[in-house]
Design a protein around this ligand. Structure first.
Ligand code: ATP
Length: 313
């Protein structure tokens, strides 16, 4: 089984209690672990895969809390760093349909320092780049770019999720520009509908995927919530339905989805042939849809991510 390196942010989600989606009125918050790439690492490990998280938290009680959670989900945290800057915080509200609103207080995640000795470990591995905060500057953006270069030169299988957050990116054009090298070179890109439209400049999903394939990426999955997932390659495009659930919190559904897909891919002997195999990929996406759906039926991200036995039943 291949290792999956997940690079990006790990942070505290302070989730507003009992206030609908209005953060201005929230009085009580519950502390949860968050950060999309860290969630993906946990999704992979909870399903029995091998994941390593590369990111930075503060050398403070929140940072310790976060690393403990990753460790108890069996994620390898030996490459995680603790900086003297406070752990990054996100304040989150969830409305009655499970949709979220955010305010970020950015700290230690931006402090990640590049480690050149990892290059060799990337050979034959999967490297997942989750970009919510990684393209926002700081040491993290620099390290991220260098790890991307290493993954390319080591022929790693590269997965990319832009994790667009409107609160973080006032300048959409800058976000699009910074994502382009990943869209160009990644073997697998995971987008929401909004991200596919934003990055392609096309409203129609079909045209958006064509543009994104033309830019370079081979395989695209567009997660569509209750509608399931559009799987698109240069040769075909199909929507794979999800399972019916009653969602209470959609936090982490996209991360569960891509984590489950990468976990399955990590056990495949030849990822080049897998990407050509429509049937095999479809089966994997259907399983990943199930992981996403199950995640919406519980509060929180990491706590809600499924174990393998939940997917088998
Ligand atoms: P994020 O906002 O975390 O990045 P996302 O927008 O990429 O997430 P979603 O589309 O909400 O992710 O969910 C990912 C996958 O989980 C979907 O493709 C679908 O398979 C499943 N899923 C999500 N919501 C539901 C739902 N209400 N019912 C059934 N399945 C769902």
């Amino acid at each position: 089984m291949k290792k999956v390196f997940c690079i990006g942010e790990l942070l505290i989600d302070f989730v507003a209690e009992n206030q609908g989606n209005d953060l201005s009125k929230a009085k009580e918050f519950t502390k949860k672990a968050g950060g999309a790439p860290a969630n993906v690492a946990c999704a992979i490990s909870k399903l029995g895969g091998k994941s390593t998280f590369i990111g930075s938290v503060g050398n403070d009680p929140f940072g310790t809390f976060l690393l403990d959670i990753l460790q108890s989900a069996n994620v390898d945290i030996s490459l995680a760093q603790q900086s003297e800057i406070f752990t990054t915080l996100a304040f989150v509200s969830i409305d009655k349909d499970g949709e979220r609103d955010f305010v970020f207080s950015r700290g230690a995640d931006r402090e990640l320092k590049y480690n050149s000795s990892l290059k060799n470990d990337f050979k034959g591995s999967i490297v997942h780049f989750g970009a919510a905060t990684a393209l926002l500057g700081g040491n993290l953006e620099d390290a991220y770019g260098r790890y991307f270069f290493d993954a390319l030169t080591q022929n790693s299988f590269i997965s990319f999720d832009p994790n667009y957050r409107v609160d973080l990116w006032k300048n959409k054009d800058s976000f699009i520009k910074k994502c382009m090298p990943f869209v160009q070179k990644a073997h697998l890109c995971k987008f929401s509908l909004e991200e596919a439209q934003l990055l392609s400049g096309k409203t129609s999903l079909k045209k958006a995927c064509k543009t994104l394939h033309d830019i370079g990426t081979e395989t695209i999955v567009v997660t569509l919530g209750a509608e399931g997932t559009l799987l698109s390659t240069k040769n075909y495009s199909k929507t794979i339905p999800s399972i019916a659930v009653k969602p209470i919190d959609t936090t982490g559904a996209g991360d569960a989805f891509i984590g489950c897909l990468l976990k399955q891919m990590s056990g495949h002997p030849n990822l080049d042939t897998l990407l050509q195999n429509e049937m095999e990929l479809t089966t994997m996406v259907a399983m990943a849809n199930k992981a996403g759906a199950i995640t919406t039926t519980n509060f929180g991200a990491i706590e809600a991510l499924p174990y393998q036995h939940q997917l088998d039943s």
